[in-house]
Design a protein around this ligand. Structure first.
Ligand code: C2E
Ligand code: MG
Ligand code: MG
Ligand code: MG
Length: 286
């Protein structure tokens, strides 16, 4: 590259690139220690049933409390983790922690709702995820229908044949399977039909554009209608306004996970959320 640049040519982005790649390198080396130093934690974002308004579950979302930089979002460090292979131990930790949290809520006698965990590509395609999920559920005594696994179309399309096998294995365990960020990938309905899927999660870009884009509204409505015809339930991600909630209800979308109801919360606050939900409408014993 240097050769192609004439002498004295201005390189407007070089300074910011230096800082960005500097931060990245720093994060990369610090991420190696993050797990050992207990710097990762999970927040849980409520999912709400759009018909009843009741709590329907949570999604576990990983965060990194960096000693100097503060809390770092997964969008920044998950790609680094994927590239370095650190995603494997991190993913194991996330899965173990989420299942342990389910176990803790059950032990407190709370009316527990399912918790969803995001599966990374490496975890899904390289490690024996079916065996590790089975072992985790067995060891914790958490019923498999309390665990939901989210994977993106790009993860599943990276190796479609293997995905079908892995998902069937997970489906047989009784965990709920959903496709995350649905609508942003390229999987065909013919392919989706082969997967033992329970749920589609509509990407927030469509949800957030519904108000000013008739195309996005049409896409959301079409996804819901198509999913229901395939016996899949539908959750929308990222709903923030009353108008979006009304449009989603009108489209007969089943659930919403969005700031309109709640941002991701620390585990302790989720317990209050579960209690409030149970008080308003008692759910059966555990
Ligand atoms: P995702 O799985 O699609 O998770 C939803 C993201 O949308 C979360 O961002 C959530 O905080 C955000 N969100 C939810 N409702 C709203 C809303 O109303 N408005 C807006 N603006 N945002 C909303 P978060 O926590 O930053 O996570 C980003 C992504 O990082 C996740 O997207 C997921 O792909 C990845 N990620 C998070 N935790 C894990 C993990 O444990 N393992 C793996 N492999 N990936 C993870
Ligand atoms: Mg997700
Ligand atoms: Mg998503
Ligand atoms: Mg998303």
């Amino acid at each position: 590259h240097a050769k192609a640049q004439g002498r004295g040519e201005i390189q407007p982005y070089s300074a910011s690139l230096r800082t960005e790649s500097g931060r990245r390198l720093t994060l990369e080396s610090h991420l190696r220690r993050a797990l050992a130093q207990d710097e990762l934690f999970l927040d849980y974002q409520p999912k709400v049933d759009l018909r009843s308004g009741h709590l329907a579950g949570f999604e576990a979302l990983v965060r990194w409390r960096h000693p100097e930089f503060g809390v770092i979002r997964p969008d920044e460090f998950i790609p680094i983790a994927e590239e370095t292979g650190l995603i494997v131990p991190i993913s194991d930790w996330v899965l173990r922690t989420a299942v342990a949290q389910l176990g803790a809520w059950r032990a407190q006698g709370l009316a527990v709702v399912p918790v969803a965990v995001n599966l990374s590509a490496r975890q899904f395609l390289q490690s024996d995820v079916v065996a590790s999920v089975a072992a985790l559920l067995e060891a914790s005594g958490v019923p498999s229908d309390l665990l939901e696994l989210e994977l993106t179309e790009s993860v599943s399309m990276a190796d479609p044949e293997r995905s079908v096998v892995v998902m069937r294995g997970l489906g047989e365990l009784g965990v709920t399977l959903s496709i995350d960020d649905f609508g942003t990938g390229y999987s065909s309905f013919a392919y989706l039909k082969r997967l033992p899927l329970d749920k589609l999660k509509i990407d927030k870009s469509f949800v957030q554009d519904m108000g000013h884009s008739t195309e996005s509204l049409a896409i959301v409505q079409a996804i819901v209608a198509m999913a229901h015809r395939l016996q899949l339930s539908v959750i929308a991600e990222g709903g923030e306004t009353a108008d979006q909630v009304a449009a989603l209800r009108k489209a007969e979308c089943d659930q919403l996970q969005g700031y309109y109801y709640s941002k991701p919360l620390p585990a302790a606050e989720c317990a209050d959320f579960i209690r409030a939900n149970a008080a308003a409408a008692p759910v059966g014993a555990l």
